[in-house]
Design a protein around this ligand. Structure first.
Ligand code: SF4
Length: 464
């Protein structure tokens, strides 16, 4: 899975874990920035890693089924995604805090069948059938860990049971090491039109140290082979701030991506979980270097500059597309907290502002899937949910129309946020023009802090 939790609905357990690890209690979240000469590196003490807009109240356990029953009758109206979670990985990458289950053939076959049962059981719900689905995302874990036949059957069931829009984006997330010819063909025949692959780095030495299996040459060859199929957008993730990754290695990673002329790339920062395997390895002295916050900020800047020079279209703060095949629909919809139908053990979704989490226990999921919706937790939206969604979705694009958003909500947002936006403008994080705020390069690096800062500021000043 993406270690950047930009696809916040992917793994519900991962999201909860992030909230617990980096949430309000452990992260100091001042909304005013430091005024300094170098805002890119010094505007805040610490970069936020949990995306903005979290909040709301958990539904009591005994009411969960009843609330889900009500949600399942909702007639959807807006943009919608579907998220299908595949919680298996063949190896446990060192930096990953979300490994759930080893790829074990019998379990994975039973899981594919359970997933199909769940999709079929839900197919007639008003919630499912009332409106087109614009994006489907098979994420994990590692969807490509499934056998080709199972992958094809899951994708066929998705297309049969969900009302997909004609131009629906259908993404399969995967690992290079799984991408056999048979699996590529299974995905394409199943309707996949987008592959999202966690390359992370092309550097063989760093890959090996992180538990990634294939070397640079194999990664490049497999990406080129996938590209030749010409059936789907090919997107890769690259991480900056990896152990022993120098600026030269990072720039080489980006240049390799550019040379391959793939359709899109996500450039994002390594998350180091306190007490996690990577954290322990770093503390034990296993690596020579690990970029500090200043170096990571400079790596972000180098990434933006290289992608800009190469004339890639910027689709979000961390995502770029080459020409027009890449749309990045699912990820952008998640930032806006659009409706998301969830399927699979450990999946998370959104329904009418409610966050819905499915059973992360593989054993109980296999037993219940298809008989009853395996919802284990629901969080109701906070009072300011619409504003939080607008802030999160807009700043992800690097700007926000405060005046227009205020009109939608019946609030004078320019005045409400003026103390904050005045200060951020002085701090070099934003510019302002006719009700719009636009993030500077420094503001883009600190975008999550800014989005969370606006939400926190509104919460605190509106209830004062
Ligand atoms: S493939 Fe690696 S990074 Fe992705 S979920 Fe599995 S262990 Fe984590």
């Amino acid at each position: 899975m993406k270690q950047q939790i930009n696809t916040a609905q992917q793994d519900a357990n991962a999201k909860l874990k992030l909230m617990e690890t980096f949430g309000n209690t452990s992260f100091d979240r001042p909304y005013f920035a430091e005024i300094c000469d170098t805002p890119l590196t010094g505007a805040f003490k610490k970069k936020a890693v949990v995306h903005a807009g979290l909040g709301g109240s958990p539904v009591p356990q005994e009411k969960t089924a009843e609330v889900w029953h009500t949600l399942s009758k909702i007639q959807r109206q807006g943009k919608t995604s579907a998220y299908i979670h595949i919680p298996f990985c063949s190896t446990h990458c060192l930096y990953c805090g979300f490994f759930a289950n080893p790829s074990q053939k019998d379990n994975m076959q039973a899981y594919a069948k359970a997933l199909i049962r769940e999709l079929e059981a839900d197919q007639d719900l008003d919630l499912v059938q009332s409106h087109p689905v614009n994006a489907v995302y098979l994420g994990g874990g590692t969807p490509t860990a499934l056998e080709s036949n199972d992958l094809k059957q899951v994708l066929d069931t998705v297309r049969r049971c969900l009302p997909l829009a004609n131009d629906c984006e259908i993404t399969v997330e995967g690992r290079i090491s799984d991408l056999t010819e048979e699996k590529i063909q299974a995905c394409i025949k199943g309707g996949a039109n987008r592959f999202s692959l966690g390359v992370q780095t092309f550097d063989t030495g760093i890959r090996t140290g992180l538990g990634r299996v294939k070397d640079r040459q194999t990664v490049v060859e497999r990406l080129l082979r996938l590209k030749q199929t010409n059936h789907a957008a090919i997107i890769i993730d690259l991480i900056f701030g990896l152990p022993d990754q120098t600026m030269a290695i990072w720039e080489n990673d980006i240049d390799t991506f550019l040379d391959l002329e793939l359709d899109g790339v996500d450039l994002y920062q390594l998350i180091r979980f306190p007490g996690g395997r990577l954290d322990k390895a770093v503390r034990s002295g296993r690596f020579k270097t690990l970029a500090d916050q200043t170096q990571r900020a400079l790596m972000f800047e180098a990434g933006v500059n290289r992608m800009t020079l190469a004339r890639y279209r910027r689709l979000s703060i961390s995502h770029w597309g080459r020409k027009f095949r890449e749309r990045n629909r699912y990820n952008l919809a998640m930032r806006e907290k659009a409706d998301c139908l969830a399927y699979g053990s450990g999946a998370g979704g959104n329904v009418n502002g409610h966050m819905v989490f499915l059973d992360g226990n593989l054993g109980t999921y296999l037993e219940t899937a298809g008989k009853t919706k395996p919802v284990t937790r629901i969080i109701t939206p906070p009072a300011h949910n619409r504003l939080a969604c607008l802030i999160s979705g807009s700043l992800e694009l690097g700007y926000m129309d405060l005046r227009g958003a205020g009109r939608q909500l019946g609030l004078d947002l320019e005045t409400i946020f003026a103390p904050l936006t005045d200060q951020w403008e002085k701090a070099g994080l934003i510019t302002r023009e006719q009700g719009w705020i636009t993030l500077t390069l420094a503001g883009q690096f600190w975008q999550t802090n800014l989005a969370q800062g606006m939400i926190d500021y509104y919460e605190q000043t509106s209830t004062a």
